[in-house]
Each structure stands twice: as C-alpha cells, then as structure tokens.
Design a binder for this molecule. Structure first.
Ligand SMILES: Cc1cc2nc3c(=O)[nH]c(=O)nc-3n(C[C@H](O)[C@H](O)[C@H](O)COP(=O)(O)OP(=O)(O)OC[C@H]3O[C@@H](n4cnc5c(N)ncnc54)[C@H](O)[C@@H]3O)c2cc1C
Length: 220
C-alpha cells in the first residue's frame, strides 16, 4: 500500500471512525484510517458492544454528547437496509427502595437541567410500559424515551461511507501498525508489515509536517 495522508488514524473502532467522520465534515481531506482487523468487525471493543446509550449524566457535557450521539445514530447514520443505526427502545430504571427512588428524582433533576426529555413514573404507569414488572415491589421508575441501542458496527460503516462520499479519506482493514518513523524528533509516519518503505508507506503528516499523536479510548 502506498498512501500519503494528512492524518493517519490508527484504529477503526467508534473513536477512530468518528474522528475521521467529524474531521471530514469540518473540511479535512487526505485522512487515512487503518485497522489491524477486518473492516468493520475489527475485533475491537466496538465490535463487541451491545451499544446501550443512556443519556442521563451528572455531567452536562456527557449528557450533551450522549444526546448528540443519539441524534447522529438515529437521524443521520443508516444501516445497509436503510434503517437508522439506533433503536430507540427507551430506558426504564425502577426503584425497589425509597432511597433508590430518591436517587432517580435526582437523575430526573439532571435531565430537567440539561433539557433531556425524561419522566418519573408511578408503579401503575410502569406496568403500562412493561407488564412484566411486579408493581407491588417497586416505588416508581425513571424513564427516558430516547435512550436505546446504537448499532455500533453499522454506525462505523456508515461514518466511513460518509468520509468516502466526501472524498475525504480512506479506510483500510487487515493493516496492523507495528511502528513509527521518527525524524527530526517528530513521528512522521507509521508502518506495518506489508506497507512500509519509501515507495510503499503510509505517511502521517499534519499541516506543518509534524504529526500530533494522541491516544483516545473508551468513548462511545
Ligand atoms: C462487551 C462490551 C460491552 C460494551 N457495552 C457498551 C455499551 O453498552 N455502551 C457503551 O457506550 N459502551 C459499551 N462498551 C464500551 C465501548 O464498546 C468502547 O468504549 C468503545 O467501543 C471503544 O471504542 P474505541 O474505538 O476506543 O476502541 P475499539 O473499538 O477497540 O477500536 C480500536 C481499534 O484499534 C485497532 N488497533 C489496535 N491496535 C492496532 C494496531 N497496532 N494497528 C492497527 N489497528 C489497531 C483494533 O483492531 C480496534 O479495531 C462495551 C464494550 C465491551 C467490550
């Protein structure tokens, strides 16, 4: 493989794909996303996650990011059959104790503060949503209708499709990165088994010729 790139992203899980997608939307071009596994079931965490998305969070930033994620996966990203990459099943947290109900009221307060549509339900209202719940044993519940399940692998594939459609970059699977090329004190390229060399290497180059390396993980 001979590929010159403005930016090389190692890893085509949700973090790598999302980085490429959002940079492409911002106008970046010549992006290269490399993964050691096959695309897009790479074997990384994203391939294994059930994709549960709960938007309620004590942190306003995390809540806003989760809301954005739901909008993106539901309204923009599509599975191959045209269905959204998000199943808006809703979430129901039930309180088996008065103390737990008190905590759910606190979570409802976060939702109100952060403009997240949510509701506190009585046991009777819970039974309407889920008849399997024994209403005699619960004190109430917290319900978020727009929580649900992200189709993570399909979401990554859809993000890659957007990047390609914008002609902003390319994704390569089965391409492990085994090292970096360093010159002038800066990492300027990365390399792997079958694709290293002056005429067959991936060049990782930022605007000024330097590459800014950041390790990112564990954000959906
Ligand atoms: C069982 C399970 C359940 C989960 N459930 C949820 C959930 O319900 N909700 C939620 O929000 N989160 C969940 N998570 C967490 C979530 O899946 C991860 O936080 C997220 O997928 C991490 O994405 P990532 O892109 O950082 O990592 P990954 O998806 O692991 O991507 C990293 C990629 O880098 C590639 N790579 C690594 N080294 C190299 C190399 N040297 N050269 C080339 N490529 C390389 C790997 O192949 C991999 O594809 C779950 C995780 C697991 C494992």
């Amino acid at each position: 493989m001979n590929h010159k790139a403005r930016l090389v992203i190692i890893g085509s899980g949700i973090v790598g794909a999302s980085t490429a997608y959002h940079l492409a939307k911002l106008g970046w071009r010549d992006l290269l996303v490399i993964d050691q596994g096959p695309l897009f079931c790479t074997g990384g965490s994203t391939s294994h996650a059930p994709g549960l998305v709960f938007q309620t969070n004590a942190s306003r930033t995390m809540c806003e990011l989760a809301k954005y994620t739901v909008d993106l996966f539901h309204d923009v990203l599509r599975q191959p059959d045209g269905q959204p990459c998000f199943r808006m099943a809703g979430s129901l947290e039930v309180a088996y104790t008065p103390e737990r109900l008190h905590d759910l009221k606190r979570r409802y307060g976060y939702a109100q503060s952060y403009n997240l549509a949510a509701a506190l339900l009585t046991p009777a209202e819970v039974s309407v949503l889920n008849p399997l719940v024994d209403v005699g044993k619960i004190h109430g519940a917290y319900f978020v209708a727009r929580d649900g399940l992200a189709k993570a692998v399909d979401g990554v594939a859809a993000m890659a499709a957007h990047v390609r459609a914008l002609q902003a970059g390319e994704f390569f699977g089965d391409t492990p990165v085994t090292g970096f090329e360093i010159s002038g004190g800066a990492r300027r390229a990365c390399k792997g088994g079958g694709w290293r060399g002056g005429d067959g290497r991936a060049r990782a180059r930022a605007a000024g010729g330097r590459v800014f390396w950041r390790h990112a993980r564990h954000w959906f």
